[in-house]
Design a protein around this ligand. Structure first.
Ligand SMILES: *Cc1c(COP(=O)(O)O)cnc(C)c1O
Length: 356
């Protein structure tokens, strides 16, 4: 058995892969593949409706919000957010907690004015800035709830009265949130919701056309909402597999159940990192992520040796991002405690083999 700790595209439950593979041959007894059916067919319409319903139910999305399934990844949202929400002459507030957060701000700067309210770049983003002020006249405030590369996470929405936009690509569906606190939530599916190719957007309808700008239809949230995510051909297969994954999550007991599992998984690995003298966490303890766990060793030689032991033990995708180095274990919803234990066992084995 392979243990996939990859940061994205990510592990999904085996049952989901099995069912998806069947639908590639014969989707729901239609005699057609999910890859060839019309996105306007009744059968696929039902898929979109169920996927939306599952998102609403699992995340407890209140009335007045639209749920969209778009293409272009989270990176396209970096541009769509300011196009739709930032009026001429107004400014947007951004919190800089890493590469994704700063890319989002960089794209917004191409559309309008941006104020970066705080940054943790001074310490290679190993912590979350605190005590910053969000200007009350900002058109919106944008932040990244989980910093996939650095292993930091923001669990509480920063307090502000301005509309809040959050990039939840790598912690969506991993823990309970109150959607009503947010005005727009987006997430590339491939970190915790489904395969690459679809991006989830949950947007408060009041925000449509808030910027007053003339924007191409394909970038207009309202156009996608009015068309029920069928303004153009949607990513049919990615939506379908996301639906299967959401069904899996619901059958498991939903967000409350998965959140408890995620807490135990993260604690188990962090405990070993703290106990084992060969390993050291890179993120500030109070800001540590539950989804991406980053750690280093004392030397490049040790890291190379542990990486090859990990490979022998079928631990895949644990090499850290080049900007942090060391290791990163991504422990998304579908990763089981069995895989965490396999990693912990390898860390203990390494300790036994190398202690003096
Ligand atoms: C991976 C990632 C992105 C980029 O997602 P794409 O879908 O590849 O554009 C953006 N934000 C966060 C937090 C990510 O983890």
């Amino acid at each position: 058995m392979k243990h996939n700790f990859g940061a994205g595209p990510c592990i999904l439950p085996k049952e989901v892969f099995e069912e998806a593979s069947k639908a590639v041959i014969d989707f729901n007894g239609t005699g057609l593949s999910i890859l060839e059916i019309s996105h306007r067919s009744k059968e696929f319409e039902e898929v979109v409706i169920e996927t939306e319903r599952l998102v609403r139910e699992l995340m407890n999305v209140p009335h007045g919000y639209s749920i969209l399934f778009l293409q272009g990844g989270a990176s396209q949202q970096f541009a769509m957010v300011p196009m739709n929400l930032l009026p001429e002459g107004a400014k947007a507030a951004y919190l800089d907690t890493g590469v994704w957060a700063s890319k989002a701000a960089k794209e917004a700067k191409k559309i309008g004015q941006v104020e970066v309210v705080a940054s943790s770049s001074d310490k290679n983003y190993n912590y979350i800035p605190k005590d910053f002020a969000i200007p009350a006249d900002a058109a919106y405030f944008h932040y990244t709830s989980n910093n996939t590369i650095y292993g930091t996470e923001i669990f509480e929405k920063p307090a502000t009265s301005v509309p809040t936009v959050v990039d939840m690509s790598s912690d969506i569906l991993s823990r309970k949130i109150d959607v009503s606190e947010f005005d727009l939530i987006y997430a590339g599916a491939q970190k915790n919701m489904g395969p690459a190719g679809v991006t989830l957007v949950i947007i408060k309808d009041e925000l449509f056309h808030k910027s007053g700008r003339t924007i191409p239809t394909i970038f207009d949230y309202e156009a996608h909402a009015k068309a029920g995510s069928m303004y153009n051909t949607p990513p049919v297969f990615s939506i379908y597999v996301s639906m299967l994954n959401l069904r899996w999550l619901k059958a498991k007991g939903g967000i409350d159940v998965i959140e408890q599992e995620n807490i135990v998984k993260a604690r188990t690995l962090y405990d070993e990192i703290e106990r084992n003298p060969f390993f050291k966490g890179t993120a500030e303890v109070e800001d540590r992520s539950r989804m991406n766990i980053t750690f280093v060793m004392n030397s490049a030689e040790e890291e190379a040796a542990f990486l090859s032991l990990a490979k022998e033990r079928n631990l895949i995708g644990i090499k850290g991002h080049r900007s942090v180095g060391g290791f990163r274990a991504s422990v998304y919803n579908a990763l089981t405690i069995t895989s965490i234990n396999a990693l912990v066992d390898a860390m203990r084995e390494f300790e036994e083999l190398n202690k003096k």
